[in-house]
Design a protein around this ligand. Structure first.
Ligand SMILES: Nc1ncnc2c1ncn2[C@@H]1O[C@H](COP(=O)(O)OP(=O)(O)OP(=O)(O)O)[C@@H](O)[C@H]1O
Ligand SMILES: [Mg+2]
Length: 270
């Protein structure tokens, strides 16, 4: 809405009549408002000169090299690249599961490298959701218990209470409300992955990180899961970063970061 008004308003040229001058002033203000609103778009992920090395043998191997980019609230981003190019390593760093060897990582405006492990665990739990290639559901727990696992660590009973209230609705959204009492062994791979999506959403995260979420699924289940992720991005404004080898899934994201040997040589939006 704001975009349409700002754009059409700015289309008119200044003119000498008072009426038109007023119009021009009004249009310019709207356009200014528009550019301000553009500049106030919030960045959810900001990486600056991130390097990551792992020890190997006597020395170390450099896996990420000078990675810088930022991702705004509500964006959908695919991370692609050959096997071993550093996609999962990058996602783990964005998800605060791993630390960079050097460089800065800001998530939702917070410099996460300055946080201690306990604060980081809370932060991760409240603002980030993870979906992995293999769903990692607990086989002995029911669907409902599995989606509530991320709330167990919360020290605030209200968070757990509201998650218990939200869980059936979220499960309904992925078509699994009638399977709440089933265990993962009684579900298909696609159904397990949908439970994993609900588990990732249970704490209402701002940022959803998925590493090969459709990798273990048949074509139909993969398409259904892609649609679900995109719907969450479109309708709930969840910022989405998906690591994938699937050109189909990558093509559905608004932006692509292509890792080549640990670097991002072609990211025009970085
Ligand atoms: N904990 C670790 N210790 C040592 N080396 C590691 C570690 N984690 C990753 N690596 C190395 O970093 C490189 C990148 O791994 P990463 O898992 O990020 O690749 P990827 O792009 O996700 O690959 P794939 O598409 O196969 O999942 C690989 O050479 C891997 O062996
Ligand atoms: Mg990987």
């Amino acid at each position: 809405m704001r975009l349409r008004v700002g754009y059409s308003g700015f289309a008119g040229k200044p003119s000498s009549t008072n009426h038109q001058k007023r119009e021009y002033f009004f249009a310019s203000s709207l356009a200014l408002g528009f550019s301000e609103s553009m500049s106030s778009v919030k960045s959810v992920v900001e990486l600056s000169e991130v390097d990551k090395s792992f020890p190997r043998g006597e020395g170390s191997v450099s896996v990420l090299k000078g990675i810088s980019f930022s991702i705004n609230e509500g964006e959908s981003v695919a991370v692609v690249g050959p096997s071993g190019s550093g996609k999962s390593t990058l996602l783990n760093i964005v998800g605060t599961l791993d630390q960079p060897s050097s460089g800065t990582v800001m998530i939702d405006g917070v410099n996460v490298s300055s946080m201690d492990e306990l604060a980081l665990a809370d932060f991760r739990n409240q603002r980030l959701g993870f979906i992995f290639q293999s769903h990692h559901l607990l086989p002995q727990c029911t669907v409902l218990e599995n989606v509530l696992v991320p709330t167990l660590a919360s020290r605030d009973p209200r968070i757990r209470g509201s998650a218990i209230e939200r869980a059936p609705g979220l499960l309904k959204r992925v078509g699994l409300d009638h399977r709440m009492d089933h265990r993962p062994g009684q579900l298909s791979g696609g159904e397990c992955q949908r439970v994993a999506v609900v588990r990732a959403l249970i704490n209402n995260p701002k940022l959803l990180l998925a590493d090969e979420p459709t990798g273990a699924l048949d074509r139909q289940s993969a398409e259904a899961l892609s649609e679900l992720l995109l719907e969450l991005n479109r309708e709930d404004g969840v910022t989405l970063i998906v690591v994938t080898h699937s050109l189909d899934l990558a093509g559905k994201m608004k932006r692509t970061l292509e890792l080549q040997d640990g670097a991002l040589p072609n990211d025009r939006n970085a």
